[in-house]
Design a protein around this ligand. Sequence first.
Ligand code: DGL
Length: 280
Amino acid sequence: MPGSAICRKTGNAMSNQQPIGVFDSGLGGISVLREIHRLLPAENLIYVADSGHAPYGSREPDYIRHRSMRVADFLLEQQAKVLVVACNTATVHAVEFLRASLPIPVVGIEPAVKPAANLTQTGVVGVLATQQTVNSPRLRRLISEYANDVKVIAQACPGLVEHVEAGDFGSEEVLRLLKHYTLPLLDAGADTLVLGCTHYPFLSDAIHAVTHGRMTVLETSTPVTHQLMRVLDKYGLRQTGGAHGEVRFFSSKQGEQHHTSMQTLWQKPIDLGLLPASHV
Ligand code: DGL
């Protein structure tokens, strides 16, 4: 019921001025954060990049759950009213655990398999994702539920996340990796490409260059933001009003180069806080 959200942990009523917590294994979730900020400019936002522990995509599922919980705990301490898991890998391996453990609503992100299945003309869809997303039963379920009548080729893409984390969006090595991952999809007849990792939208230009625009590329930041709006409205937690919300940034990694990469992706100066040692 609108206006009646109660924090299950404290029993206190939540206020719509409390921030929305958004996290990713690293910088990729900024692609989602940008869309949230664009469509919900009045909301206060807190972003956590767990870059000190990235990439999640090559870690064991237990580790991904453990890190996701650590970061979520920090965001709860910052009074987050809703948690957005801006990471496909953390969503497929940890979102159910987070929903069961946290006293606030949790919004996850999943590869756009369903829209891709509706869109393809050739009947072949490619999905680029991390190894742990490709391995996950949840992706298999998504494919069998929504894309049964099309061929879905899920391609793990080791290396791409590390390049984005390092602020490299189009070096020779990035182009080589992207060719290696996408050309077999084109050869197999794919006309639609799902970006199943929130780091990959930052490689869109490079993807377009190596595929010569021969695939329609889908990512999920807009649908996730729409889902977030539905959740905020359901619990009466949407912040309205003309003023611009505050956006704060934290990371589990230090360093000037990291800070610079983050600002490049956010396209504005950032005052970056370090995730407290208790959460690292
Ligand atoms: N950005 C993340 C995703 O959407 C994960 C990248 C990683 O840490 O491997 O899957």
